[in-house]
Design a protein around this ligand. Structure first.
Ligand SMILES: C[S@@+](CC[C@H](N)C(=O)[O-])C[C@H]1O[C@@H](n2cnc3c(N)ncnc32)[C@H](O)[C@@H]1O
Length: 236
């Protein structure tokens, strides 16, 4: 897995820290090992883990953002995607991994230590509740999310975390145009402004994905995010 990751990172035009490919390969090994006893990923072939998890997440680093020393929260991180690969590739990140499933969060805490990563906070919480905490609200440079919910719900879950001037980066498919249209009104209510999307191809796979980027231009009004049931029933 290590060689495939290293080649893919080079193909993406990235120059990772010397230990990164090794750390990602070890993360992949721990992921597949734990996946035998806990549902962490539907992808079980090592090459596919390299491509569809690690290189997919690494592509965020090619969109021209400067993640150095930034505070980033990954909402609905699951087995750590995209947050942990980003941290391995950009070790100066101050990372928060948030998920509502306690078992996954405990595992993330354990492997962050095993991988020797510092400044990683693993938080067992519901995103819509944690965003009401003053230390979390309007305070992150970046929020990221992949495969968690439709964009209109995701914006309500994630934009409250982002400080004015920061960005929410949603990892989506290239046919997410309609989804983006449906989210437009909510983005504006929540203090966001849609930026041009960033499309990329995962090296060697022909798979194309999209980062939908939303800039925070004003603080999220009080009252958001709403409760999960309310969000689902009446999306903004
Ligand atoms: C399909 S998994 C995706 C995981 C990871 N982001 C990825 O790309 O592989 C969705 C994750 O979002 C979490 N999740 C869903 N709704 C959530 C919420 N409201 N607050 C926190 N986590 C949530 C679930 O527990 C699950 O781990």
């Amino acid at each position: 897995m290590k060689e495939r990751i290293a080649q893919g990172l080079t193909a993406l035009g990235l120059t990772p820290p010397p230990q990164a490919a090794e750390q990602l390969a070890e993360y992949g090994r721990l992921l597949l090992e734990q996946n035998q006893v806990m549902n962490l990923t539907a992808i079980t072939q090592p090459d596919q883990v390299a491509d569809l998890h690690f290189l997919d997440c690494a592509a965020l680093l090619t969109m021209g953002e400067d993640f150095r020393c930034k505070r980033l929260i990954d909402v609905g991180t699951g087995a750590g995607f995209p947050g942990l690969p980003l941290k391995i590739l950009e070790p100066t990140l101050e990372l928060t991994l948030l998920d509502s499933l306690g078992k996954r969060v405990s595992w993330l805490e354990r492997i962050s230590g095993q991988l020797g990563l510092e400044q990683v906070t693993c938080l067992h919480a519901r995103a819509e509740e944690q965003a009401l905490e003053p230390d979390y609200r309007d305070s992150f440079d970046y929020a990221t999310s992949r495969a968690v919910a439709s964009l209109e719900l995701l914006c309500e879950l994630c934009l409250p975390y982002v400080k004015v001037g920061g960005k929410f980066l949603a990892m989506k498919s290239v046919d997410s145009g309609e989804e983006v249209n449906r989210a437009a009104r909510g983005i504006s209510i929540l203090g966001g402004r849609l930026l041009p999307a960033f499309d990329y191809e995962i090296p060697g796979t022909g798979v194309r994905h999209r980062v939908v980027a939303v800039e925070k231009v004003s603080p999220t009004p009080k009252g958001y995010p709403r409760r999960w049931a309310k969000m689902q029933k009446a999306p903004l």
